[in-house]
Write a protein that binds this ligand. Sequence first.
Ligand code: SF4
Length: 93
Amino acid sequence: MICQTVKKGTDCFLMKSTGCSFPGGSCKPIIESCEGCGKVTEINNLKYCVSYPDPASRWVAGTCNLATHIKRDVEQIKKKINPLKASKKGIRS
Ligand code: SF4
């Protein structure tokens, strides 16, 4: 449905006929780590993420996986690949 709260006019899966179903009832602003990301949008002088309603939660367990302003090195990405799944897919490290 079309958002009627923070990102008015954008299509959002969290918007229901009863209102925003996200805890708290609306998107939360970005955090400092998000500054410089290409997914930041400014609405009413506040900055929000176009992909996540709660940007802070994307940084709890490390780097946000959709961040456009962070360059990850190959070793960091390899560590995240499950070795068992990688062998099944034929991925070599
Ligand atoms: S994609 Fe990640 S880093 Fe970029 S604004 Fe959203 S939460 Fe922040």
